[in-house]
Design a protein around this ligand. Structure first.
Ligand code: ATP
Ligand code: MG
Length: 390
């Protein structure tokens, strides 16, 4: 166990994170609030987490000297995005406590091994085929069309995905994606999307945040709503059970998010996993007594894991760079003064200097005494910002 504020080689105990994006930033903020020092490894000098961490090691994720510095500084190390090379986590794991493990991250990094894991756990996913050569492409069952062709590795925010309706389109799409290994998934009729975040300790204790209902726009998460009744209770219970089975099957240590589709007929289908806190869990910072980042700190340090309690209905709106660019090419700061005049609105910006279209700049969490109140305030905030309300 790494106690907060304990001494380590004359310094305060330091927690490390691979990756300096917004998830790393919120991990750093949670760790620092408890009195830990933090170290971030990310090549970008302006990375959101690097900017606020005690130490920022600015090297590539596979740089041996950078990794050695991180493991020397830190008592334990976690990761904040799944495309950190699993090999880097493996080499850190030989020296230090690392969670999640390189093995779990390796599975989550590859849609082919991820889907094989779902099958092993008995959790249904979309019908799919692996396309890794021209023969596999030619042999695809037309029952998978219309479908979505997704690169097996390195996709995020809908990148590396092309929708296809015919064999000819499939062929073109695979070439467009560079003929890398892909999965073709059948396009499913979605009634809703949801996600569940669990935290599992080294001792196998597991806790979960409530089921989150998600709305995506253009392949990017736009809105998350979390309160009783957001999904039928039976569907929510099945999602929690499936998430726990998936985490258990990986012998997972750390925070894990599982994304699901709810189909028109009420069936629940797993989409993908993220071996880290997740955008859909950001509301937990302001609506729960333990946030997903608190849970990440606790799993990493071996502190007690308690079931989080949500104390307020919550709605999260993602804030993309588009908001800054709505009035022309020169970025204009959105009217935060008016938005923050609304009760229950919590603004979290990630410290990114340059607003770009589709770039996640921050999020708003709206809490209310009731779901109706949270909805009404969200509608007001959305209209001030020019966002389509949920
Ligand atoms: P992110 O990083 O934001 O989670 P991603 O790039 O990993 O996204 P997916 O989660 O695979 O991409 O897909 C993004 C969105 O596209 C889904 O949330 C869903 O709205 C839609 N989608 C993906 N696969 C399917 C499918 N088989 N049928 C219907 N819709 C789908
Ligand atoms: Mg996704």
């Amino acid at each position: 166990m790494i106690l907060p504020g304990s001494l380590q080689a004359g310094n305060l105990a330091t927690l490390g994170v691979m990756g300096g994006g917004q998830l790393g930033r919120m991990f750093v903020q949670a760790a620092q609030a408890m009195g830990y020092f933090t170290a971030v490894l990310d090549p970008d000098p302006a990375s959101p987490a690097g900017l606020i961490s005690h130490y920022h090691i600015q090297t590539d994720y596979l740089d041996q000297a950078g990794l050695a510095q991180l493991s020397q500084r830190c008592a334990a190390i976690t990761t904040e995005f799944e495309n950190v090379p699993a090999g880097a986590l493996q080499s850190l794991g030989a020296q230090r406590c690392v969670s999640p493990s390189a093995d779990a991250v390796r599975i989550a990094q590859d849609r082919v091994s991820e889907k094989a894991h779902f099958v092993r756990c008995g959790v249904a996913c979309a019908p799919y085929a692996v396309i890794d050569c021209a023969d596999a492409l030619a042999a695809v069952d037309v029952a998978l069309l219309p479908g979505i062709l997704k690169t097996a590795r390195m996709g995020y925010d809908g990148k590396g995905q092309i929708r296809v309706a015919t064999r000819a389109q499939l062929q073109t799409a695979w070439h467009e994606l560079g003929q890398v290994t892909c999965v073709l998934e059948r396009l499913l009729p979605l009634k809703a999307e949801c996600s569940v975040i669990v935290a599992r300790g080294r001792d196998g204790v597991m806790v979960n945040l409530p089921v989150q209902r998600n709305v995506h726009r253009d392949g990017i998460l736009a809105v998350t709503e979390v309160f009783d009744g957001v999904l039928p209770a039976a569907v929510a219970a099945r999602a929690v059970d499936a998430t726990r089975a998936i985490a258990e099957g990986l012998q997972y240590v750390g925070v894990l998010c599982v994304e699901f589709f709810v189909l028109d007929d009420g069936a629940l289908v797993v989409n993908e996993i993220a071996p880290r806190p997740h955008n859909s869990g950001h509301y937990s910072l302001h609506a729960c007594d333990l946030s997903q980042f608190d849970l990440q700190v606790r799993t990493l340090t071996g502190l007690p894991l308690l079931q989080p309690r949500q104390h307020s209905p919550a709605i999260m709106l993602n804030l993309l760079g588009d908001l800054w660019l709505a009035r022309g090419d020169e970025p204009v700061t959105p009217p935060w003064d008016a938005v923050l005049a609304l009760p229950g609105v919590h603004l979290n910006l990630y410290g990114k200097l340059k607003p770009l279209k589709a770039r996640k700049m921050g999020h708003l969490t709206v809490t209310g005494a009731t779901p109706q109140q949270a909805r009404a305030t969200t509608a007001q905030a959305a209209s001030l910002l020019g966002i389509v309300p949920p």
